[in-house]
Design a binder for this molecule. Structure first.
Ligand SMILES: Cc1cc2nc3c(=O)[nH]c(=O)nc-3n(C[C@H](O)[C@H](O)[C@H](O)COP(=O)(O)OP(=O)(O)OC[C@H]3O[C@@H](n4cnc5c(N)ncnc54)[C@H](O)[C@@H]3O)c2cc1C
Length: 317
């Protein structure tokens, strides 16, 4: 089933979860241990992130270094199929431009189609940590909208190889990312919204937001979307804070603000166990208010935080 169908048919406010593939070398059991406690909340769908490879320098016995490409978290396509098989819950495969050619993306889409994964979230991806700006892969896409058009093409039976006869039309439901606090590279919100509208006009059926810690930012963003002519569902993305370090890591990594009221409470905490209590209460407050406002779904970034998410979701479902 498509994410849009889950949203339109849900009774009450549905929940969904987002997970990362395990690090290379780890088995799937680590993932099941993470997801099992969350399944009692009957998520409508589970998103699985996609990751590019990164360059690393490996020291050789003679003291010199070799530059090697390492993809630390492969497996998105297989994990989506495994989730659908094990839990009978729809998976949403993230797809990114960065690090992948159009041909590799087409192959991944063919695999997803064969495996019965109907949902994709198309994204650009970020520059590798050691590079200052995003550069597309040779033969790859520069912006998420180009990747979106590739998926739309396949939904119309148009593949890269033009002379395919009677190529099967895929039927992917396509989501895109939105930023209540603006994408960090965009010069201003209006500019960012104009590109978001272009993605929706090109065929994106819903938006999932970057995390935010102040619901006012989400409500203003949805209003700005509507004023800009964007009328698809906007799914709020939510993440708990559980350590003091996150007060600096989250703004630096995700380019989002932490409200003063929350940071003040966290700074008063003596241990991370106390931070977790504050972070859980904050997330619960956010979730309740969003539910009350009738959001299409509550989407939780769960990485390593299954216990906190479970404590919040059990109070609101
Ligand atoms: C819900 C969610 C899930 C994510 N999952 C992943 C994941 O699984 N893997 C991963 O690597 N990253 C993921 N990310 C991070 C994401 O890849 C980055 O935020 C990335 O920097 C932007 O991706 P995008 O799809 O919004 O890009 P785009 O829509 O391409 O936008 C990127 C920037 O370019 C601008 N822009 C867009 N189109 C154009 C155009 N045609 N011309 C000029 N400027 C343009 C936009 O305003 C924006 O500033 C996720 C983010 C979110 C919010």
């Amino acid at each position: 089933m498509k994410v849009t169908e889950h949203i339109s048919q849900a009774q009450g406010t549905p929940v969904s979860f987002e997970i990362l593939p395990p690090l290379k070398g780890k088995g799937i059991n680590a993932l099941w241990e993470h997801l099992d406690p969350l399944m009692e909340f009957k998520p409508e769908f589970i998103n699985v992130t996609y990751h590019r490879s990164e360059s690393m320098f490996k020291k050789k016995p003679d003291g010199t270094f070799d530059k090697v490409e390492v993809r630390k978290r492969p497996g998105t396509v297989g994990i989506c199929a495994a989730i659908q098989n094990k839990y009978k819950v729809d998976a949403v495969a993230h797809l990114i431009c960065g690090g992948f050619s159009r041909q590799e993306t087409e192959d991944a889409l063919i695999d997803l189609n064969f495996l019965g994964v109907d949902n994709v979230l198309v994204l650009r991806g970020d520059a590798p940590k050691n590079e200052s700006s995003f550069e597309p892969e040779p033969g790859g896409h520069k912006y998420a909208i180009e990747l979106l058009r590739q998926v739309i093409n396949m939904n119309n039976g148009i593949y890269i190889e033009e002379d395919l006869k009677n190529a099967v039309k895929t039927n992917f439901c396509i989501g895109v990312a939105g930023y209540p606090e603006k994408h960090f590279e965009a010069p201003n919100m209006q500019n960012d919204l104009s590109y978001l509208k272009a993605k929706v006009d090109a065929g994106a059926e819903y938006i999932t937001t970057q995390m935010f810690f102040d619901n006012k930012k989400y409500f203003s963003f949805v209003e700005a979307c509507r004023n800009a002519g964007i009328h698809v569902p906007v799914i709020p993305g939510l993440k708990p804070i559980s350590t003091k370090k996150q007060l600096t890591i989250i703004p630096r990594t995700f380019h989002v603000d932490i409200p003063e009221e929350l940071s003040t409470e966290i700074l008063k905490c003596k241990t991370d166990a106390e931070v977790e209590v504050v972070g859980t209460e904050w997330l619960l407050k956010q979730s309740r208010e969003l539910k009350q406002a009738g959001v299409p779904c509550l989407h939780y970034y769960t990485l390593g935080k299954a216990r906190i998410i479970a404590n919040v979701v059990k109070e609101i479902v």
